[in-house]
Design a protein around this ligand. Structure first.
Ligand SMILES: Nc1ncnc2c1ncn2[C@@H]1O[C@H](COP(=O)(O)OP(=O)(O)OP(=O)(O)O)[C@@H](O)[C@H]1O
Ligand SMILES: [Mg+2]
Length: 231
């Protein structure tokens, strides 16, 4: 009997492809920090944004989602980048239906078009067909209702968004989540833009739970030491 073909997932998903790597260990450290960040008000909904394009927002939030799922947390990962969505590519699935279908179609809202992933505890809601009015859609009451409904269906709800300096989408969503991760592209992100991103997030009352340094050089000696004895 022919087995079901597995989707081709991107090598950027190191938490899945190479769980013993230093990078995967860094995502697990991020998971632990989030889980212990706020004992009285657990962080359950998280958004990733950054100052500019290609800083590593999608890679970061996708690997964090995988890592949470690997720890037994039921996780929903949503592509809220309705301009340059990429999670469907990272996970190698179709983007025919997704978040926009959920917002625009009342029937889809009852049964969100989740797609399974290689991690049993992780489902993906891709962006769906791109709308002409992304910010308006993300700021709509239907979107708010969708977030509330999705929160109720998982332990963790993770949102990927576009760069916050370029468009308002991330700022619109930020007050609706428990915590925001600001991804910094080491050696590339300009300090003044990082400050502006922080100010934009604070202005809307977002809770910045941390800064993730992507593309940072490995501290080789540290990881060598850490990996000793693991074969
Ligand atoms: N941790 C990483 N390791 C290796 N390559 C990376 C990493 N993070 C990002 N990249 C590279 O940078 C590209 C952009 O990453 P990603 O799509 O995660 O960024 P983004 O901030 O979501 O971009 P966009 O603004 O287009 O949404 C990837 O295709 C990959 O080539
Ligand atoms: Mg992205």
């Amino acid at each position: 009997m022919a087995s079901k073909p597995q989707p081709t997932t991107s090598n950027l998903l190191v938490a899945h492809h190479d769980p013993r790597s230093a990078a995967a260990e860094a995502y697990r450290a991020l998971r632990t920090n989030i889980q212990f960040a706020s004992p009285d008000h657990p962080i359950r909904t998280i958004l990733a944004t950054s100052t500019s394009a290609e800083d590593g927002k999608s890679t970061t939030i996708a690997n964090l989602a995988i890592t949470l799922a690997q720890a037994g947390q039921r996780t929903i990962l949503v592509d809220c980048d309705l301009r340059r969505p990429s999670l469907h590519k990272l996970f190698g699935v179709s983007n025919e239906h997704g978040l926009t279908s959920l917002i625009l179609d009342a029937d889809a809202a009852a049964t969100p078009p989740f797609q399974p992933t290689m991690e049993p505890n992780l489902v993906l809601l891709t962006s769906g067909p791109l709308p002409p009015n992304a910010a308006e859609l993300l700021g709509s009451q239907r979107m708010q209702a969708a977030i509330t409904a999705l929160k109720g269906q998982a332990d963790f709800l993770l949102l990927d968004t576009p760069p916050i300096i370029a468009v308002t989408d991330a700022a619109v969503l930020a007050p609706q989540v428990d915590g925001v991760l600001l991804v910094i592209n080491a050696g590339h992100t300009r300090r003044d833009l990082a400050r502006r991103a922080k100010a934009l997030l604070e202005k809307v009352g977002a809770n910045i739970i941390g800064v993730v340094m992507n593309n940072a050089p490995l501290e080789r000696d540290y990881y060598k030491y850490y990996g000793q004895g693991e074969g």
